[in-house]
Design a protein around this ligand. Structure first.
Ligand SMILES: NC(=O)c1ccc[n+]([C@@H]2O[C@H](COP(=O)([O-])OP(=O)(O)OC[C@H]3O[C@@H](n4cnc5c(N)ncnc54)[C@H](O)[C@@H]3O)[C@@H](O)[C@H]2O)c1
Length: 307
């Protein structure tokens, strides 16, 4: 019997992961405080428990797998609750690791490309230590995830044999995102659907690499079933500027024009995963083209906004 606890299971990635686990025959329980839940909510058939990983409730029965995905995840969310973000990364991760140890469950942690900060190495390999400004407002998220990763390694090495997996998630998009999430793909698509100009931060030459959610979930499943305790980058190495992304969105959703605002402090200028480790150890690479993923996500947002 495989039974998974998905923290953050009502969120964008957590609900997509829960759906996949269910399809693979797992019994799934989602634990979420609903602070930034997906408009689609928890998939049918998944048991939902409202609660916070900082002070988790008791849940009866043993879990064979714990996927720890709960965290404020987009800048507007973590910048408005920096202390809650750090507590979620620190206290929440410790509670979930202790739970995994107690249940002898495989523990998979959603880390982030943000641990590389504003990178001085490009593309980013897992061996890169990162360039995070600890005094910047974003540090609440970046450092919480860095601490959480170190804690996962500590549990793994402690002799208590916790089976741990760490996925460093690079920018991922797709159905299930919140329209008001504040990430660039959702911002541009929602603005285009509403006929409002797309907001470009800075001059729009900064780059990101966008992975479609189905590709990411496949990678997470492969990682959690592997024996790989090292951190693994999962993302799509196709890198584009924000100006190019706006043009791609305009081709699909119509062109509402662009407005330019200041670049946020410590915003990474470039971002692209080196996925050699995932290719080699998990035989994984993304297969969904950005154009196809954007069409799916555009359809999804049109339905969500139509209410
Ligand atoms: N989507 C991405 O591109 C991306 C990139 C890097 C890392 N990640 C990581 O993946 C995970 C999921 O991100 P997402 O994109 O699905 O974001 P999301 O905001 O859609 O989902 C996060 C979920 O966690 C819940 N949550 C937040 N704090 C909680 C707490 N203390 N206790 C219980 N529940 C809590 C929220 O209500 C939400 O449902 C996060 O840990 C995030 O840091 C995501």
């Amino acid at each position: 019997m495989t039974r998974a606890l998905v923290t953050g299971g009502a969120g964008f990635l957590g609900r997509n992961l829960s759906e996949r686990l269910q399809a693979d025959g797992y019994e799934v329980v989602a634990l979420d405080n609903l602070s930034s839940a997906s408009p689609l909510g928890v998939p049918d058939g998944v048991e939902f428990i409202e609660g916070d990983v900082i002070e988790p409730p008791e849940i009866a029965g043993r879990f064979t797998h714990i996927y720890h995905f709960a965290s404020p995840a987009s800048p507007p969310r973590y910048l408005t609750d920096p202390i809650g973000t750090m507590r979620t990364g620190a206290e929440g991760t410790r509670h979930m690791l202790e739970w995994a140890e107690r249940d002898d469950a495989v523990f998979t942690f959603a880390s982030t490309s943000e641990i590389y900060g504003d990178p001085l190495e490009h593309p980013q390999q897992e061996s890169y230590f990162g360039n995070v400004d600890i005094t910047s407002p974003r540090a609440c998220y970046d450092e919480a995830k860095r601490y959480a990763e170190a804690l996962v390694h500590a549990f793994h090495r402690s002799g208590r044999h916790t089976r741990t997996r760490i996925v460093r998630v690079f920018n991922t998009y797709g159905p299930g995102m919140s329209p008001d999430d504040g990430r660039v793909v959702s911002n541009f698509l929602v603005q285009a659907i509403k006929g409002e100009p797309m907001t470009i931060q800075g001059d729009g030459t900064q780059t990101r690499s966008f992975c479609y959610v189905d590709d990411l979930i496949e990678g997470i499943i492969r990682l959690s079933r592997s024996e790989v305790a090292l951190p693994v980058n999962l993302g799509n190495p196709n890198e584009i500027t924000m100006l190019e992304l706006a043009d791609r969105v305009a081709e699909i959703a119509g062109d509402p024009g662009k407005v330019f605002t200041d670049l946020p402090q410590s915003d990474p200028k470039i971002r692209r995963p080196d996925i050699s480790r995932a290719v080699e150890l998990l035989d994984w690479k993304p297969v969904v083209e950005l154009a196809d993923g954007l069409v799916e996500t555009h359809q999804y947002f049109k339905q969500v906004l139509a209410g």
